[in-house]
Design a protein around this ligand. Structure first.
Ligand SMILES: [Zn+2]
Length: 675
């Protein structure tokens, strides 16, 4: 198959440049491409290897050892210095999102290890990608477990496999390239930060450019070989320019003024840590080398900022991606001015580690209304905060906080995630069983117990045990699964009248943020006035859910029963689509049902009770967040929780703990005691 030539790609300038800069300087750390379907993202990535420098390897080594510096721990080694050298093109290895752990890191044949005493290791994709490109299409859909393995390998430059005491380690350094469609769900922040650069890919808008894309695509489909042939010179020139830039890179200088620009820009965009500054410096150096310059100038810094900062300045997944070019110009100008003025006064940092939400969600004194314009939160110890994003006319959400962990009871079998208990490929061992296929996770004690009674009959005479295939037992493991978290939010007047909506939205937003980090699917049903609406069908895009929530209008009667019945509908359909994903229904209401459920008889509160009973009978796990406030309390939410057979939480109990100002903490604290 002839690949589409890299040079022939039109209208993906940022993406091509970002790939080239990574090829010039692999230390930049890879590229994430975000964009809708049909923008030639994958074609462009796959075209890259043709212009990458060839790789010298030790012939026969399955781990692509460099003959000049072979991996001393290479499983196929040791390699002798006098060995011949083979040269091969750079490799692109694709990691499918549903790949097994064995496929990624390689597999150890435990049966042979036990019965023959041989360490039989089959290298995985990480070994194949060493010194090449590892490409993950739909990287946002990659299983958590694979993400962790990938992050470990990327951080250490080593792939490590350990199964019941048998271990293999080999070098695994690669250019990580991911593509994703953000509408299908966001990436975990840890993985996002791992990519050196990001670009947004969109189809070109100018008709002339679009026409050229189509023209070339038609020509390439018509005669792939002939089309490729026409681009041979361009491809060759590009490959040589990359080699030249690589050779030049070490001697490119980063002047103090340019470094000052980099750090000023990073500070202006309020990025976390120093990783952004480093990546920006490396990118600027690579761009200077690529442009044939001996030292980094302002243009290199600007390009580096555009590629290295968009995914690092985001405070939470609900902010819009991208970089404000005006703000960038301003920051660059500031740095230049400062440089002219000699050593300007050190700018005080904009709040250490900035951005950790510290609201507890408790605003009983009606501060919500008073504050809508002011940026500062009352009672805060004077740290200036950046002004909030412009807010929609409906009640704005209070600052999100770290939510406590809500789980589905029991043990599921759903897709890997971070919420409820589940049988899974990873996690801790809880039992042993006879394997259905080849064993990958041996349970050694159970295997020995199975073999022991047969030793005499099998005529054991030597020192070792006589173990047969039928003795092997595998571990049953328990980890965590992702769930479908369906919010059923009361947006009626009884909620709005008490100015609770801001706190309610803040709490739901916090739970959404939590769902995002735990890789849940989310959906939202809202009810007010005469009816209930599916505000968001179940999706993996938490951004979409947050946007719907922010824009949610409030007022009118409280058709609670209609809301619950609509939620039941949504869950029924979802169960057909994705049976192993267990739902968690989060009903956010004060329970004061006043509206009718279409056609049903009885008082609104009784209708709601019946609807709740239906959900309980269907086995739906639920939590009721009680939003009732004020001096007279009816406790209707508690009655609802009982009918649902679910948990009851007060609005102020949604926070993991009142002192949690850090969103980085990974596990939920036990419920706090309220005096
Ligand atoms: Zn080797």
């Amino acid at each position: 198959m002839t690949a589409y030539p890299f040079s022939a790609v039109v209208g993906m300038d940022d993406m091509r440049l970002a790939l080239i800069l990574n090829a010039v300087s692999p230390a930049i750390g890879g590229l994430l491409v975000r964009g809708e379907k049909g923008t030639a993202k994958s074609t462009t990535v796959r075209a890259l290897t043709a212009v990458l420098p060839e790789v010298a390897v030790v012939p026969g080594c399955r781990f692509s050892c460099d003959p000049a510096a072979p991996d001393r721990a290479c499983p196929d080694g040791p390699h002798d210095a006098s060995a011949p050298v083979a040269v091969r093109p750079a490799r692109l290895v694709e990691l499918p999102v549903g790949a097994s752990e064995d496929r990624l890191v390689g597999s150890l044949d435990l049966e042979r290890a036990l019965t023959e005493g041989v360490k039989a290791y089959e290298p995985g994709l990480l070994a194949a990608a060493h010194r090449g490109v590892l490409y993950v299409d739909e990287v946002n859909l990659l299983h958590d477990h694979l993400v962790d393995l990938l992050l470990d390998a990327a951080a250490l430059g080593t792939s490590y496999v350990e199964r019941e005491g048998v271990s293999v380690r080999h070098a695994g350094r690669f250019l990580l390239v991911g593509t994703m469609n953000p509408e299908e769900g966001e990436l975990r922040p840890q993985l996002l930060d791992r990519f050196g650069l990001t670009v947004d890919a969109s189809a070109p808008r100018e008709p002339g450019v679009r026409a050229e894309v189509v023209r070339r695509r038609l020509a390439a489909d018509d005669d792939p070989a002939g089309f490729a042939e026409r681009w041979v010179d361009e491809e060759q020139a590009l490959a040589e320019r990359i080699i030249g830039a690589r050779a030049r890179l070490a001697s490119v200088v980063l002047p103090d003024a340019a470094l000052r620009q980099i750090t000023t820009v990073c500070a202006a965009f309020d990025v976390d840590g120093l990783r952004a500054d480093l990546v920006m410096a490396r990118t600027a150096l690579a761009h200077a080398a690529w442009s044939g310059r001996a030292k980094v100038d302002a243009e290199d810094v600007r390009v580096a900022a555009r590629l290295a900062l968009p995914h690092r300045r985001r405070r939470n997944p609900f902010d819009a991606p991208g970089l404000d070019e005006e703000q960038l110009d301003q920051a660059l100008q500031e740095a230049a001015d400062e440089g002219d003025a000699g050593d300007g006064p050190e700018e005080p940092p904009d709040g250490p580690g900035g951005g950790a939400p510290d609201g507890s969600g408790e605003d009983e004194s009606g501060q919500d209304e008073a504050q809508s314009g002011a940026a500062a939160s009352a009672g805060d110890s004077g740290t200036p905060r950046p002004a909030p994003a412009p807010e929609a006319p409906p009640a704005a959400a209070a600052t999100p906080f770290r939510a406590r962990l809500l789980t589905v009871p029991g043990v599921g079998t759903g897709a890997a995630g971070r919420r409820s208990r589940a049988r899974s490929g990873s996690g801790r061992v809880t039992a042993a069983r006879i394997p259905a296929e080849r064993v990958t996770r041996l349970h050694l004690p159970a295997t020995l117990v199975a073999a022991a009674p047969h030793q005499q009959a099998r005529g054991r005479t030597g020192r070792g045990l006589v173990i047969r295939g039928e003795d092997l037992r595998e571990s049953v493991r328990e980890g965590r699964e992702g769930n479908l978290v369906l919010f059923c939010v009361d947006a009626s007047g009884s909620m709005a009248a008490r100015a609770r909506m801001s706190a309610v939205k803040g709490a739901v937003l916090s739970l959404l943020l939590d769902a995002y980090q735990r890789r849940d699917k989310v959906g939202m049903v809202t009810f007010r006035g005469a009816d209930a609406q599916v505000a968001l069908p179940p999706t993996s895009s938490v951004e979409a859910a947050a946007a719907r929530l922010q824009a949610l209008p409030t007022g009118g009667r409280t058709p609670l029963a209609a809301g619950l019945l609509r939620a039941a509908d949504v869950l029924r359909v979802e169960r057909m689509r994705d049976p192993s994903r267990r739902p968690l229904l989060v009903v956010v209401t004060d329970g004061r049902a006043t509206g009718p459920a279409g056609g049903a008889s009885g008082a609104p509160v009784e209708q709601a009770q019946r609807a709740a009973g239906l959900l309980a009978a269907a086995g739906v796990a639920s939590v009721v967040v009680d939003c009732e406030s004020g001096p007279v309390r009816l406790g209707l939410a508690a009655t609802l929780a009982t009918a649902l057979g679910g948990e009851l939480l007060r609005l102020d109990e949604v926070a993991a703990d009142s002192l949690a100002s850090s969103v980085r903490a990974r596990t939920a604290a036990p419920s706090r005691k309220v005096a």
